[in-house]
Design a protein around this ligand. Structure first.
Ligand SMILES: C[S@@+](CC[C@H](N)C(=O)[O-])C[C@H]1O[C@@H](n2cnc3c(N)ncnc32)[C@H](O)[C@@H]1O
Length: 222
């Protein structure tokens, strides 16, 4: 496995203006790289934190069958409107994944909503209920345990995540998620993803997380 990948551009497709403020989508080149590497045409690809649909749209374009879950209704509606396989995006909470009718999947790419260890509102609830970092990590483990029930044997699960540096507070989110999800799937290793974008000041982290690189954590369902 190549463990360090440099991309020359950071690409996102056009989205309506009302989504610009909270645009935390994945880079298309990164998602496409992993879909291509770990799935083939006609395979079922699932993203349980679908966001604005990067994984689902790319999977469809790459002739896979996309599935996804997204908590926020507006985002769900956006995906549904623009996806050919409209019924394959579920409006719901991944913590309740076992309640949804999802077929066995061949590959999963997801980027969970991030949390700093000092925060006290649980982002997995759509920021509607209290809950600290330990609860968040416990629920991440539950979510990926639920995902396991729909993943085929020997399939690959990739999680894109970053550590977070917020002023003086460092949250080892990527490493903590690696530990939690390792309790569910076999951890195959991490791929460090960086971007070589002319003119972009990477000194203090270009993506709002305090870092200029992401981790793609690669797990196997063995
Ligand atoms: C980092 S974003 C994913 C972005 C996505 N990779 C993209 O490119 O559009 C995380 C997403 O997870 C959603 N989310 C948060 N908690 C959730 C939950 N419990 N179940 C399902 N989706 C959730 C958020 O609303 C957000 O859209």
């Amino acid at each position: 496995m190549k463990t360090f990948i440099v991309f020359d551009k950071y690409t996102k497709r056009e989205i309506p203006v009302n989504f610009h403020k909270y645009d935390n989508r994945s880079d298309e080149a990164v998602v496409a790289y992993f879909i291509d590497r770990y799935s083939k045409k006609e395979d079922k690809v699932i993203d349980i934190f679908a966001g604005l649909g990067t994984t689902l749209f790319l999977a469809e374009e790459m002739e896979r069958i996309p599935y996804g879950i997204e908590l926020i209704e507006e985002k769900y509606q956006f995906i549904r409107k623009n996806l050919k396989n409209k019924d394959n995006i579920i409006h719901g909470d991944s913590r309740k994944l076992s309640e949804f009718d999802i077929p066995n999947c061949d590959f999963s790419f997801s980027s969970p909503i991030f949390m700093n260890k000092t925060e006290s509102i649980n982002p997995l609830s759509g920021f509607t209920s209290e809950g600290g970092y330990n609860q968040y990590l416990k629920e991440i483990q539950i979510i990926y345990s639920n995902l396991k029930t729909v993943m085929k044997t020997n399939s690959t699960i990739v999680i894109e995540v970053s550590n977070l540096k917020n002023q003086d507070v460092l949250t080892t989110l990527a490493w903590d998620i690696a530990i939690e999800v390792s309790k569910v799937f076999h951890f195959d290793g991490e791929v460090i993803v960086v971007w070589n974008i002319p003119g972009l000041n990477l000194k203090d982290g270009a993506f709002g997380y305090g870092y200029d690189h992401h981790y793609c954590l690669v797990f196997k369902n063995i």
